[in-house]
Write a protein of this length. Structure first.
Length: 335
């Protein structure tokens, strides 16, 4: 077990607080909370860092001296922070969900392998748990020709400002596929709309599946079609700004979430689903479990997405104690 400290960037936010608290229970005295808000970071005994300043981040790492792993709970503008970690042999867990940024970190595989560091990408609910379910479904059909991923988020959950802004910004992207009617455990049949989560772009490379599509819906039946009806309008910055403000104030739903993966190969079908509450909390829990495994030394050096690491395959089962339920939908419920 690596005995160095763990730097949790954004460790006072909706996701980061769960990461810091969970890892703090497992590794007492070894968590350093960091973020751009100096007052919040210092109140938690942490340090100020700015992810838009890689040189400053390097100085922070060098000054702290004994950082074994960095958990990124906020998205930087580029791969500069990842580079600063990996060149020093510091492990990285990244909860980011933007395709461009994940691709940038992926190009650092050689750097990571050379320094003996591991970077784990696609960590969270979507991407993250969607990737792990996709791998299970893919293996169940013997290599899928097509995978459909569905994500239902609770409109009543108080997501962090960055998460709301990210969702609205990506809503503006043109739909890559038609809506799909799908049954979600606990929510019944829902219509989900194509949404550019990064999993659908990385899974064709990691699983070799020709076609992967991710779709999104909300637990509010009324709000889902209303939100996606605004897709074209959100291409205007003023509309995105206004919608972000509305979604941060209005919470018309619950805090439950569901993800489902459907794989097809010829006439073979397999489907898995996960349900739980508080998507931000579960994202933080996934990141914490990945970090614990990383510090145990069981993961190979280099840059990998979560579904590429067999040691992380049972995270859905581990989340059962936190109220997350795993089901195989084309057969008896998994236990």
């Amino acid at each position: 077990m690596n005995l160095g400290r763990i730097l949790v960037v954004g460790g006072y936010g909706a996701v980061g607080a769960t990461v810091a608290d969970t890892l703090g229970d497992w590794f007492p005295g070894r968590i350093v909370v960091a973020g751009r808000d100096e007052a919040k970071a210092l109140r938690l005994g942490g340090v100020r860092v700015d992810v838009t300043d890689p040189d400053g981040f390097r100085r922070t790492l060098d000054g702290l001296g004994d950082i074994a792993a960095v958990v990124m709970c906020v998205e930087p503008p580029d791969a500069g922070i990842a580079h600063a970690c990996l060149e020093r042999g510091v492990h990285l867990v990244d909860v980011g969900a933007t395709r461009r940024l994940l691709d940038g970190v992926g190009k650092l595989d050689g750097l990571a392998a050379g320094s003996g560091a591991t970077a784990v990408l696609s960590v969270g609910v979507a991407p993250g748990l969607t990737n792990l379910l996709a791998r299970r479904a893919d293996e169940a059909v013997g290599g899928a020709e097509r995978i459909d991923l569905t994500v239902l988020l609770g409109a009543g959950e108080r997501h962090g400002a960055d998460a709301v802004r990210w969702t609205v910004e990506h809503l503006a992207e043109p739909a890559a596929a038609r809506p799909l009617r799908v049954e979600l455990p606990g929510y019944g049949p829902r219509t989900a709309y194509a949404f550019p989560f990064s999993d659908q772009y990385t899974l064709p490379r990691t699983l070799g599946t020709a076609q992967v599509t991710t779709r999104l819906c909300l637990d509010s039946r009324a709000l889902t079609p209303t939100l996606f009806a605004l897709r074209r309008a959100t291409r205007r910055p003023a509309v995105r700004q206004a919608l972000t403000a509305v979604l941060r104030r209005v919470h018309a739903g619950g805090d439950g979430f569901a993800v489902r993966a459907d794989a097809r190969r010829g006439d073979r079908r397999a489907a898995y689903a996960l349900t739980g509450r508080a998507q931000s909390r579960v994202t933080g829990l996934v990141a914490a479990y990945v970090t614990r495994e990383l510090l145990a030394g069981s993961l190979p050096a280099g840059v990998r997405h979560i579904e590429q690491l067999p040691a992380l395959a049972r995270i859905p089962e581990a989340l059962a104690e936190h109220g997350v339920a795993l089901r195989r939908l084309d057969g008896p419920q998994e236990r």
